[in-house]
Design a protein around this ligand. Structure first.
Ligand code: SAM
Length: 241
C-alpha cells in the first residue's frame, strides 16, 4: 500500500478511479511516448503469441481507452467479439465510443459476466493496481470456458539498478518536462509518477505465476520482451467447472 497516495484498499480504488477519470483524455498520447510508439504493434503480437484466433469471444479486463481491445478486435474479426470492463467511466467510454464494443463499469475482482462465457481474457497494465491477485485470477477462471486462455500484460521492474534508474528518469522526464510543454491535464504528471512507483513496488513475476497456478490455471508461462515487458499466459483446464 503506498501511504502517500491512500491509506487502505477502499481509498486506493477511489484514488485510481478518480485519477484515470481525470486523465483519460491524455492517456493515448502519453502511452505513445512511453512505449516509443510500439504499443499497438506490441499488444497485437502479445495477443497472437498467447493464442488469440479469429472468431474468439474476448473479455478485455481494465480495457481503459481500448488499446488492447482494438488489437483483439482486429485479430478476432467479424465472427468474434470483444467486451471490456473498467471501473473508470471516462476510460471505458473512450473504448466503447471508439471501437463500438460492449463495456461494463466494473472491477476485475467481481465481473458482471456469466460463468464460462468467454474464450479468451486479456488484461493490459492493470495488475499492479489490484490488491489480491488470487481473487482476480479466480474470477477470470470462472468467466472463461474450459480450454480458454488468459493473457496478462505487465511491465516488470528492471532487475538491474541501471535499468531501474533509466526507466525512472525517463518517466520523470515525461511527466514533468514533456507533460508541461504539451499542456496535459493537471493530474497526468501525477499519474505517470505514480506509474513508476507502482512498477517499482510491483508483485514479482514469480508471485504472479504462483497466483495463477493457485487459482487453478494450467500451462502458466511467462514471455519476456526487452527485459521490461512480461506476458503471463495460462489455460483454464478442460475439467474445471
Ligand atoms: C494503465 S491503464 C491500461 C489500459 C489498457 N488495458 C491499455 O493497455 O492501455 C489501467 C486501467 O486499469 C483500470 N483499473 C484499475 N483498477 C482496476 C481493477 N481493480 N479492475 C479493473 N480495472 C482496473 C484503470 O481504470 C485503467 O483504465
Amino acid at each position: 500500500m503506498m501511504q502517500e497516495y491512500y491509506a487502505d484498499a477502499a481509498q486506493r480504488r477511489a484514488f485510481l478511479t478518480e485519477i484515470f477519470d481525470a486523465t483519460a483524455d491524455d492517456y493515448d498520447r502519453v502511452e505513445r511516448w512511453l512505449s516509443f510508439g510500439s504499443g499497438r504493434w506490441y499488444r497485437r503480437k502479445a495477443l497472437q503469441r498467447a493464442g488469440l484466433k479469429p472468431g474468439a469471444q474476448v473479455l478485455d479486463v481494465a480495457v481503459g481507452t481500448g488499446l488492447v481491445a482494438r488489437e483483439a478486435l482486429a485479430i478476432v474479426g467479424p465472427s468474434g467479439s470483444v467486451v471490456g470492463i473498467d471501473p473508470s467511466r471516462e476510460m471505458l467510454k473512450r473504448a466503447v465510443d471508439a471501437l463500438g464494443i460492449a463495456g461494463h463499469v466494473a472491477h476485475a475482482e467481481a465481473m458482471p459476466l456469466a460463468p464460462a462465457s468467454v474464450d479468451f481474457i486479456s488484461m493490459g497494465y492493470a495488475l499492479r493496481h489490484m490488491d489480491d491477485l488470487r481473487v482476480v485470477f479466480a474470477e477470470q477462471l470462472r468467466v472463461l470456458r474450459p480450454g480458454g486462455r488468459v493473457c496478462v500484460l505487465e511491465i516488470t521492474r528492471p532487475t538491474s539498478a541501471v535499468g531501474r534508474a533509466v526507466l525512472r528518469g525517463y518517466l520523470k522526464f515525461l511527466s514533468r518536462t514533456v507533460g508541461r510543454i504539451a499542456g496535459l491535464r493537471p493530474r497526468t504528471g501525477e499519474l505517470w509518477e505514480y506509474y513508476w512507483e507502482t512498477i517499482d513496488q510491483c508483485v514479482p513475476p514469480e508471485k504472479v505465476m504462483a497466483a495463477m497456478t493457485d487459482a487453478g490455471f494450467a500451462n502458466v508461462a511467462r514471455h519476456r520482451e526487452l527485459g521490461l515487458f512480461s506476458e503471463f499466459t495460462a489455460t483454464k483446464p478442460a475439467t474445471t467447472a
